[in-house]
Design a protein around this ligand. Structure first.
Ligand SMILES: Cc1cc2nc3c(=O)[nH]c(=O)nc-3n(C[C@H](O)[C@H](O)[C@H](O)COP(=O)(O)O)c2cc1C
Ligand SMILES: Nc1ncnc2c1ncn2[C@@H]1O[C@H](COP(=O)(O)OP(=O)(O)O)[C@@H](O)[C@H]1O
Length: 318
């Protein structure tokens, strides 16, 4: 997949594509429907299938600290998009210029002139342009005027629940992992590079592979039974703690995973952690001995749960 970071990096050779547009936070079943439709049309027209997404998200731009937490890190989102079969992803920086761009300019300049869209695929509630003034009717008129195809994807539901990033955030906050799995069509995972930490884990009898989260995610902080893959390899059972480690007093959010077994040195490797079951909230312990004893208990609890929940598809690399 070709990744274009910033509209300033669009070149003449990027003109001509079938484009879907959205935030794609979580890549839930609704997002997957958009991508599937994009791939279908691109196949029919013999053009590259592309997605445009925004960084930061418009909500983060407008609401700053009040914006809802993300379901996925940017790295996970790009990984999901790459695995979906899209040939190209354009990350548009959501800035003053983009936030004040009129709906007309968004279509005429960005979609038609710069991207040369042959078809556009969006959800039924897609809005664009300054103050969200562009809607389905506006896009239909623009498609007719410019001669591109427009495909509107209807809402996707699981039972009577509409698949949305908001529904996902709500389920992750509980956490209701079965519901999260229904909305995603796959288990919830966090992907990141393993960083060096305080080297305290091995002293506590439990080395943990640490993923730094620049900002907190929508999933509830606490301890989970997990399965984790190193560089897309086979899954290891394990136990993980997501949070700020109140016992040690660090305020950055970390995902720390102890794998059951001997993976060796995995600093710098890519770890994908699948959340299988919630065990407990993060606690502040009076001593490291108490923390260490509880971590051993967590590992036992996780082993029990994982033994009762065998892997669905051991050979999958997601
Ligand atoms: C299963 C598990 C449970 C944990 N629970 C807590 C907790 O409740 N409170 C806390 O402050 N830290 C908790 N931690 C984080 C430990 O403090 C951390 O793993 C340890 O300090 C090692 O840090 P390091 O990897 O930077 O060396 C937990 C870690 C694991 C693996
Ligand atoms: N069973 C294991 N689970 C996770 N990491 C392990 C394991 N065995 C060895 N390691 C290695 O040890 C590192 C974690 O050790 P730790 O003492 O917690 O150091 P740090 O504070 O740097 O994370 C991991 O990043 C990995 O390279």
């Amino acid at each position: 997949m070709e990744l274009i970071r910033g509209l300033q990096n669009l070149r003449a050779q990027h003109r001509g594509c079938v484009l879907t547009i959205g935030n794609f936070d979580g890549m839930h079943r609704g997002h997957q429907a958009l991508v599937q439709r994009t791939l279908q049309i691109a196949g029919r027209l013999g053009l590259p299938a592309a997605a445009m997404t925004f960084e930061p998200t418009p909500r983060e731009y407008f609401r700053r600290a009040d914006a809802p937490p993300r379901v996925q890190t940017l790295r996970s989102k790009l990984d999901s998009l790459a695995h979906s079969g899209l040939q190209r992803v354009v990350i548009a920086r959501f800035s003053q210029a983009l936030s004040t761009m009129s709906a007309e300019t968004f279509v005429d300049d960005l979609l038609v002139r710069q991207l040369g869209v042959a078809a556009v695929v969006v959800g039924h509630d897609f809005r664009y342009g300054r103050q969200r003034s562009g809607d389905e009717a506006h896009l239909r008129a623009a498609a007719a005027a410019h001669g591109f195809e427009l495909s509107i994807v209807d809402k996707v539901c699981v039972g009577d629940l509409r698949c949305s990033s908001t529904a996902l955030r709500e389920a992750l906050a509980v956490p209701d992992l079965p519901r999260v799995g229904d909305l995603l069509g796959r288990p919830y995972t966090v992907l990141g590079r393993v960083r060096r930490g305080l080297q305290l884990g091995r002293q506590l009898g439990m080395p943990t592979a640490n993923i730094d989260l620049v900002r907190p995610l929508a999933v509830r902080q606490g301890v989970y039974a997990v399965r984790a893959r190193i560089d897309g390899g086979p899954a290891w059972d394990g136990v993980a703690s997501l949070g700020i480690r109140p016992t040690i007093g660090i305020t950055r959010c970390l995902l720390e995973t102890h794998l059951f077994g001997q993976p060796g040195d995995i600093y710098g490797r890519q770890l994908e952690v699948e959340f299988v079951a919630w065990l407990r909230p993060e606690l502040k312990f009076a001593s490291l001995d108490e923390l260490s004893a509880r971590m051993q208990q967590d590992a036992d609890d996780a082993r029990g749960i994982l033994a009762r929940n065998p892997q669905q598809n051991p050979s999958a690399t997601t």
